[in-house]
Design a protein around this ligand. Structure first.
Ligand code: GLC
Length: 422
């Protein structure tokens, strides 16, 4: 049952309109290709009215997986001049062309959901194929992105985190040398108000990091070793831990004991390792720089993914709930990407305040699963109200509820269908 049949219809129409044949663009114009974690969430939306299409969305995504196991963050299925940096800038030499970095590993968790909703048949061929792809992708993370050997996830570009412009990356980005970047033409500010997008000097740094990867020929070992930007991201660390738990369930169902043993060891490692991100002063898990060892000290929406990952002592969880209470005191709508009053907070600017429903969804799922149904419900209700007042935007102001970024956004529509509109 939908709480609003008209919005239900609009949400389906957005997914159908953004469908480019086997994959869905996040929004028309601003993001004209297939994005990795967007597709995973979009599959949840499709699953509410077209199961076959849901599977296809992620099958198309993994069809671009690299031989080393990485699932790229963008797949350029077709040409589009309206986006920078396009395939010729990434120059990864792949067919179809892709970027050279990844995005948050939410796929295994969503795969498990699709599979369970269809009766959890261990012999399901579509699940089995996607399971193998997820396993290869998780092994890629374990091999190339765990430099400290503590089960956490290092990113080598802030775009990998999916929280592209979060102030967690500011200090590390400030050290990136942009002298050799050269001229280029941004496209994002031609689609949406520049006040909602990253500033020019920030964009130069993003491009400089990309250029480093390209100069390494996208050799992921070399980039992980010497890249100019290397941070342990709290969001991806939590999501990979959660995804390993879900992949383990799929491994066990199929009797893949070797992989199951390996995944159990990874899960235990990450559970122990997560304290490396705990910042006692902030009372939260915070992203931390591998090069300097410094914690960002910032409480973001990703900090609350601890519940989704199932980590934290009783005392740590109590402090996280206290932080949530504090944030609820200043934000009209939960869950802002950054707490009001924090350094660089801006309720309209990309990942420095606005609410993103996919992160809210994972946080709410985690809270519900860990015995905080009241908080989960509050986040769900606020998310529904944001769509009801503003429409299916990319993100929303936690203060006014106004939409920001692109309109008619696929994963926002998917979140209505699969979660907050139900
Ligand atoms: C932005 C977001 C990223 C998302 C992409 C497409 O780059 O920061 O998380 O995947 O848009 O929606």
């Amino acid at each position: 049952m939908s709480r609003n049949p008209d919005l239900e219809r609009q949400a389906r129409e957005i997914l159908i309109r953004n469908d480019r044949g086997g994959y869905t663009v996040p929004t028309h114009g601003l993001y004209p290709f297939q994005w990795n974690w967007d597709s995973a969430f979009v599959a949840l939306g499709f699953a509410t009215f077209d199961r076959d299409r849901a599977w296809r969305e992620i099958e198309t995504l993994v069809s671009a997986q690299w031989a080393d196991g990485m699932i790229p963050h963008i797949i350029f299925h077709q040409q589009d001049e309206g986006y920078f940096p396009g395939p010729e800038v990434w120059a990864t030499g792949r067919t179809p062309p892709t970027s050279g970095i990844t995005q948050p590993p939410v796929l295994a968790t969503i795969l498990r959901q699709l599979w369970e909703a269809e009766g959890a048949d261990p012999a399901c061929p579509r699940m089995r194929a996607l399971y193998r792809a997820c396993l290869a992708s998780h092994r890629w993370f374990h091999t190339f992105r765990d430099p400290l050997g503590n089960g956490l996830v290092m990113v080598t570009h802030n775009w990998e985190t999916g929280r592209d412009n979060s102030s967690e990356w500011d200090d590390a980005l400030a050290r990136v040398d942009t002298a050799a970047v050269g001229p280029y033409q941004r496209r994002d500010t031609g689609h949406v108000d520049a006040a909602m997008r990253p500033r020019q000097e920030e964009y130069d740094r993003y491009v400089a990091i990309l250029q480093f990867g390209r100069e390494c020929g996208w050799d992921h070992a070399a980039i992980a070793d010497r890249g100019p930007f290397r941070m342990i991201d709290v969001g991806m660390s939590m999501m990979l831990l959660r995804a390993n738990r879900d992949l383990l369930a799929l491994a066990e169902a199929q009797g893949d004991y070797e992989a199951a043993g390996e995944l159990r060891a990874r899960i235990a490692l990450s559970e122990r390792g997560m304290d490396w991100l705990w910042n006692e002063e902030a009372g939260a898990y915070c992203s931390r720089d591998v090069i300097t060892g410094e914690s960002s000290g910032l409480v973001t929406n990703a900090s609350f993914l601890a519940f989704y990952a199932g980590v934290g002592s009783e005392a740590q969880r109590a402090r996280l709930i206290a932080a949530l209470e504090r944030i609820a005191g200043s934000a009209r709508y939960l869950l802002p990407s950054l707490e009001a009053g924090s350094r660089a907070y801006d309720h309209r600017r990309y990942w420095r305040g606005p609410v993103w429903l996919v992160v809210s969804y994972m946080v709410a799922e985690g809270l519900a699963q860990q015995g905080h149904a009241d908080w989960a419900e509050r986040i769900r209700e606020d998310s529904a109200r944001l769509i009801e007042t503003a429409g299916f935007y990319e993100s929303f102001s936690p203060e006014t509820g106004e939409g920001s970024g692109g309109p008619d956004f696929s994963w926002t529509a998917a979140m209505w269908l699969a979660w907050c509109g139900r």
